[in-house]
Write a protein that binds this ligand. Structure first.
Ligand SMILES: Cc1ncc(COP(=O)(O)O)c(C=O)c1O
Length: 341
């Protein structure tokens, strides 16, 4: 580590901290510029930017991990690159070449290397790439210019005292329409989730579960995470729908369940009226890796899976394997890890 920073690694939460450098690249007249690292964390943009009025913006979230031998590694950044380009296409923004995206992430991590938490703390460096439509414009159309930016912040482990289950409540609101933007990581989806989250939190739940917007019979998302359940016969099952954000953690768990744990896996419907088929359930995403689901409240009844206080054995194995891969303690499948040199 090149420089000492005054951070209490074991007490980090998920809060913004201004790190030293961020990457900024601008698109104009049909192409992206070279991009550069800058110290200033303020962006000056036109008051008429489409990002401000029409929600023309998208983002990503991934992490850099410190391994036991002090190396720094990224987990599947090519998948975040594919997903940001999918989001860009959906809202008519220019794509970012994969090499430019991964290179920007690596540059930012290297420039802020002293903010990558030490191995063993469970803390990581969270990387936030985003694209916004900017420039002078007022009609509802795509922007004349764009900014691609990547910044990073050190964040604490989601679970400080070990994996603890939490309860969720089914929301009466939808986060996305059937052929809307649910499958893209665009800001509007998150603006739409703020109020339902607040309603769930006020009732004492960690977050809400969104059902499929067309029939309200199937589980789609768990807050800003994907759902999985483990059946009585040891199958890993996760919902499939175009309005779910394709979670990189979820696809990694599907692979781990099959190839590392020898389980059967399935992407299919998860009916809210048939939760009895599951002995364990969880929410998965970059932030928490896995959040065990204690219970789900639906129509006034709390359905408890394994336990409201203890993580189930399969969920624990899935978590340990993925966490081990991310921190370099378990051998990763080919191509999943990119070392920051
Ligand atoms: C709505 C939503 N679902 C699921 C996820 C989990 O995705 P990932 O595993 O790629 O972090 C996220 C986080 O990015 C999200 O915002």
């Amino acid at each position: 580590m090149s420089k000492n920073v005054n951070i209490d690694w074991s007490n980090l939460g998920f809060s913004y901290i201004k790190t030293d450098f961020r990457y900024v690249s601008r698109w104009k007249d049909g192409s992206w510029d070279e991009g550069q690292l800058v110290e200033d964390n303020q962006l000056t943009i036109s008051e008429a930017s489409t990002a401000l009025h029409y929600g023309q913006q998208c983002f990503e979230g991934l992490k850099a991990y410190r391994t036991k031998d002090g190396k720094i590694q990224l987990f599947r950044p090519d998948q975040n690159s594919k997903r940001i380009n999918n989001s860009c296409r959906r809202i008519l923004m220019p794509e970012i070449p994969e090499e430019k995206f991964i290179d920007a992430c690596i540059k930012v991590v290297k420039a802020n290397e002293h903010y990558v938490p030490p191995y063993g703390t469970g803390a990581t460096l969270y990387i936030r790439p985003f694209v916004i439509g900017v420039g002078d414009n007022i009609g509802v159309k795509t922007a004349p210019e764009f900014i691609f930016c990547v910044f990073c912040i050190p964040v604490g482990p989601y679970f400080k005292g070990g994996l603890a289950p939490v309860n969720f409540i089914v929301s009466e609101y939808d986060r996305a329409a059937p052929y809307g933007t649910g499958g893209a990581k665009v800001g509007g989806n998150y603006a739409a989730s703020l109020y339902p989250h607040e309603v769930a939190a006020k009732k004492g739940f960690a977050d809400c579960i969104y059902l499929d917007p067309a029939t309200h019979t199937k589980i789609e998302e768990v807050g800003a995470a994907n759902f999985f359940g483990i059946t009585k016969d040891n199958k890993f099952i996760t919902p499939q729908s175009p309005s779910i954000l394709p979670s990189i953690t979820k696809y990694s768990l599907l692979y781990i369940a099959k190839e590392y744990l020898g389980m059967e896996t399935e992407e299919g419907d998860v009916l809210i009226d048939n939760l009895d088929r599951f002995t364990e359930a969880g929410a998965c995403g970059t932030a928490a890796v896995i959040t065990p689901i204690g219970g789900i409240e639906y129509k006034g009844n709390l359905h408890v899976f394994h336990s409201e206080t203890e993580v189930g054995p399969i969920t624990k194995k899935l978590y340990d394997t993925l966490y081990g891969i991310q921190f370099g303690d378990v051998k990763a499948p080919e191509g999943w890890i990119v070392e920051v040199k």
